[in-house]
Ligand binder design. Structure first.
Ligand code: NI
Length: 199
């Protein structure tokens, strides 16, 4: 081998090594989807329907089906929660390791009792969570949920509705994002999608 080829090979090896190193450190960037997925979820501290403090650690034995919304939502939230309830029924005993939770984005109106009564109407296993405005904002931020209060003066002074993104997230027992469902998902889609991840 002549000297130019040796240096060429050495250079190529060095570049390959540096690219591997950069890739491992995420310097080249993950594909947008993977990066976003890895970012979804995290720690939260909220209140259950009895006003007791709960965190993600209280659900560490379960797959979590996480949804966000507000109890006076006219359409999207009830549909999503109905879908979750029916998916849980379709899963039957296979759904035992799955814990559906609904986190309100309207803590000012959705007190622990209000959110608890609301979720019970959709499925006995569905847990409703609320908290302080800061706690709710932190939970929504962890799940990359967009929401904004929108005044509706036409229905009354000080009235408002809440615009919000409406995905349902499936998280593993160790808190990793697995997949999500849109509000267009049917109960059959959701049950099948969850089943894919159950051991
Ligand atoms: Ni809603």
């Amino acid at each position: 081998m002549n000297r130019a080829i040796v240096w060429g090979l050495a250079g190529a090896a060095l570049i390959a090594f540096l690219l591997t190193l950069a890739g491992e450190r995420g310097m080249l960037g993950d594909p947008p989807e993977a990066q976003q997925a890895a970012d979804i979820g995290g720690a939260f501290t909220l209140l259950d329907s009895e006003g007791r403090s709960v965190t993600e650690a209280d659900f560490s034995d379960s797959y979590l089906l996480v949804s966000f919304g507000f109890t006076s939502c006219p359409d999207v939230c009830p549909t999503a929660l109905q879908t979750i309830g029916q998916a849980m029924d379709l899963l039957g005993d296979d759904g035992n390791p799955v814990q559906p939770i609904f986190i309100t984005l309207d803590p000012a109106r959705d007190t622990p009792a209000v959110v608890g009564a609301y979720t019970q109407a959709f499925h006995p296993k569905l847990i409703g969570l609320t908290g302080s405005a800061e706690q709710v904002a932190a939970a929504a931020g962890a799940y990359r949920v967009y929401y904004a209060e929108v005044p509706t003066p036409e229905t009354g002074d000080g009235d408002y509705t809440i615009d919000h993104s409406a995905f349902v997230y499936l998280m593993s027992p160790d808190g990793a994002y697995l997949t999500h469902f849109s509000h267009a998902s049917t109960p059959e889609d959701m049950a099948a999608g969850v089943r894919d991840f159950l051991g």
